[in-house]
Design a protein around this ligand. Structure first.
Ligand code: GDD
Ligand code: MN
Length: 376
């Protein structure tokens, strides 16, 4: 079997026959051996429609679940049952055009590990969503991309439409919560190459979306679980927490020096940054990059200090510049800290703890259409 199409379905009675029909017309003459797997949690007549279609069409298989529910877990059960060399996951409601299946399949057959039709590359569109859903969807994507590095280069990481070689997902420890099976696959799957192609996400003709507030909450639970399970993302997260603790140390020291001891603004700012810097070094060395890297403290500390000193100058320049614009000194200092922290994080990752950071660097190549754009 070349290809298994996996379709999660929940109360889609009007859509089942049309989608099967359109999949057949898209693939019939392509010389591809394929099967269609519905993983269904429906509570309405969809169940009998599926049973009928399965009995007359030998390419259609149905797994009806009664205990479980949920889009992502349905897809995982599809991965377990499908027999194809390649899998394509799509929605049952025809918002994902079956006419794209041959293009996706050809990329997979040519050796690409993950193929993602995208609403957000030129030529694509997400016209099938209303303005509020678009905003919610954009916010969700950005938060996901900040939290998880493997999502950063992927333009449509929350899509429900994608193809994979079976080895990407079979045997991977998939354990998703809620809806977003693709982020689970991108974080935990085994792959080297990703290809994106444009598509138009159309409006539904029949039935309605099952998206809910509960699912948006599940998305955050899912992200949180993925961050805690993925070493490189956990490190980034720790980085941020330690940075925040350094901000508190910095502001407390500055305020005490300025208001309790009457020390000048510039000296108070410098001293506060030095104390925060030392505290950040110790925590980052003990927690963020713990147990990795051969470098001794007598290399790391000077590098960290050098980077931080430049950071202190940046902080103080920002504070002093803003003071002339009548910004209160602690507020100016806080903004300066923000700017210099982002910069020094990037530098420390590249220099100070370079050898430990390298262990987590991956080499995934993302292409869009045929243009090679960047490697991560
Ligand atoms: N088995 C099963 N169980 N299927 C489900 C469940 C469930 O609990 N909930 C939803 N589905 C099925 C629907 O029947 C449909 O085939 C598909 O999952 C997507 O559900 P929709 O309700 O149509 O979602 P949407 O259109 O709002 O959003 C979809 O498209 C977006 C763009 O690709 C989802 O796939 C989003 O994750 C995606 O971002
Ligand atoms: Mn839909």
């Amino acid at each position: 079997m070349d290809l298994s199409i996996i379709i999660p379905s929940f109360n889609e009675r009007e859509n089942i026959e049309p989608i099967v029909e359109r999949i057949h017309s898209a693939l019939r003459d392509q010389g591809i051996a394929y099967e269609i797997w519905f993983v269904d949690d429906s509570t309405d007549e969809t169940v009998s429609v599926l049973t009928r279609v399965e009995s007359i069409d030998e390419q259609v298989h149905v797994h009806h679940r009664t205990g479980a529910r949920g889009l992502a877990s349905a897809v995982v059960e599809g991965f377990e049952r499908a027999t194809g060399e390649h899998f394509i996951v799509m929605d049952a409601d025809l918002q994902h055009p079956p006419e794209l299946l041959p293009d996706i399949y050809r990329k997979l057959a040519a050796g690409i590990d993950v193929v993602i039709p995208s609403r957000f590359v030129s030529g694509g569109s997400d016209g099938g969503l209303g303005p509020l859903r678009k905003l919610v969807s954009w916010t969700a994507r950005v938060i996901g991309q900040v939290a998880l590095r493997r999502l950063r280069k992927i333009s449509d990481c929350t899509s429900g439409f994608f193809g994979v070689h079976r080895n990407v997902v079979v045997g991977a420890p998939l354990d998703p919560i809620g809806w977003k099976i693709l982020i689970e696959v991108l974080v935990k799957g085994r792959y080297r190459t990703v290809h994106e192609l444009p598509y138009e996400f159309l409006a539904r003709d029949a039935g309605e979306s099952k998206m809910s507030l509960q699912e948006q909450w599940n998305y955050f639970r899912h992200l949180f679980r993925l961050v805690s399970q993925s070493p490189s993302d956990r490190r980034f997260f720790l980085f941020c927490i330690i940075g925040a603790s350094g901000v508190v140390v910095n502001l407390v020291v500055l305020t005490i020096l300025k208001y309790a001891f009457g020390i000048s603004d510039i000296s108070a700012s410098i001293t506060a940054s030095l104390v925060a810097m030392l505290s950040n070094y110790i925590w980052n060395d003990q927690i963020t990059w713990r147990a990795s890297g051969k470098r001794k403290w007598n290399v790391k500390l000077p590098l960290f200090v050098g980077i931080s000193l430049i950071g202190i100058i940046v902080t103080t320049l920002v504070m002093n510049g803003l003071k002339h614009l009548d910004v209160p000194v602690p507020v100016g200092q806080a903004i300066g800290i923000l700017v210099s922290t982002v910069w020094s994080y990037a530098m420390n990752n590249r220099l100070t703890w370079r050898d430990s950071a390298k262990q987590l660097r991956e080499d995934v190549i993302v292409t869009r259409e045929d243009r090679r754009i960047r490697s991560v």
